[in-house]
Design a protein around this ligand. Structure first.
Ligand SMILES: Cc1cc2nc3c(=O)[nH]c(=O)nc-3n(C[C@H](O)[C@H](O)[C@H](O)COP(=O)(O)O)c2cc1C
Length: 280
């Protein structure tokens, strides 16, 4: 059912997301949209076991995402073994929640399947050598992963993307026994949120900073004002969560301020070549 008026819970979520619920959702509205608005990354998990058959459900949701030309150039690896999770956590910057989550899903850009099909059919597959095919794999993996997020959150589970799986891609590939031309784009930790350490909705830039109508135009002073407002919103969020207080914009400049800040990922092209991707 769609409605045009937001309910108080929706207002509260918009307030959390934008620091301002007014006039932000005047359009059509649905329960699915409420579910999307309520997203927050979960990094603290309860010991509650996962429901039986969860992987089947999540895969059906993931595979229902659109995929470029139906090529399905992505794969997933589900890791539940404690030792393997711990080793992967160590490779991903020692993030404790990677080891603690009962399930770690790795989403792969995977050109190897089409390469194998080509080999079996003795068909040439030079199209897979191009950067475009790699991009397709990344896009497919991301769409499948986001469908997974929406599905698992609808079941009361929580998750967190783990981009740090790209800090040491070759070691991660070896741990998972990946064939050439398969690459972990990111991980996704999955589990029931720890009710003692509930995650909060994290603010975002106002849509005016992101959405352009017809052409990409935003006056410099408008953008600066929106970023300043967002720095303020993030300060309030950080204070409420007991996090270190820092301007979002300054934090982002640190993030892009040196190759080293990419945590090893500045060498990605070389590693991808070693993993068999030609990226022509
Ligand atoms: C591709 C991707 C990689 C991410 N990698 C990590 C990560 O390695 N560790 C982590 O704790 N969070 C990671 N995150 C979570 C983001 O920090 C989080 O989505 C962002 O701060 C917004 O917070 P929210 O998801 O709670 O709204 C990642 C998110 C994405 C989309």
């Amino acid at each position: 059912m769609t409605t045009t008026s937001a309910n108080p819970e929706t207002d509260a979520m918009l307030q959390a997301r934008y620091g301002d619920a007014k006039a932000l959702l005047n359009g059509p509205h649905s329960a699915v949209i409420d579910a999307l608005l309520s997203h927050r990354s979960v990094r603290a998990y309860a010991d509650t076991p996962l429901p039986e058959g969860l992987l089947d459900t999540l895969m059906a949701a993931a595979q229902s995402a659109s995929t470029s030309s139906n090529m399905q150039v992505w794969s997933a690896v589900a890791v539940q073994d404690a030792g393997r999770k711990a080793r992967l956590a160590a490779l991903a910057g020692d993030q404790a929640h990677v080891a603690k989550a009962p399930l770690l899903l790795l989403f792969l850009a995977d050109l190897s399947r089409l390469r194998r099909i080509g080999d079996a059919q003795q068909a040439a597959t030079p199209g897979l050598d191009y950067l475009e095919s790699f991009v397709l794999g990344i896009v497919d993996a991301a769409l499948a992963a986001q469908n997974t997020v929406v599905a698992l959150e609808s079941l009361g589970l929580g998750c967190c993307f783990i981009g740090a799986m790209r800090n040491k891609p070759a070691e991660v590939a070896a741990e998972l026994g990946l064939p050439p031309e398969a690459f972990v784009v990111f991980g996704l930790t999955v589990g029931y949120p720890d009710p003692q350490r509930e995650a909060a909705i994290r603010p975002r830039l106002k849509p005016q900073a992101i959405l352009h109508r017809e052409r990409y135009e935003i006056p410099a002073e408008t953008e600066q004002q929106l970023v300043a407002e967002y720095d303020g919103a993030m300060h309030r969020f950080q204070d409420s969560q007991g996090m270190p207080s820092i301007d979002w914009s300054r934090q982002m400049m640190r993030r892009v301020g040196s190759p080293e800040a990419l945590m090893g990922r500045h060498c990605l092209r070389d590693v991808l070549n070693k993993l068999g991707f030609k990226l022509t």
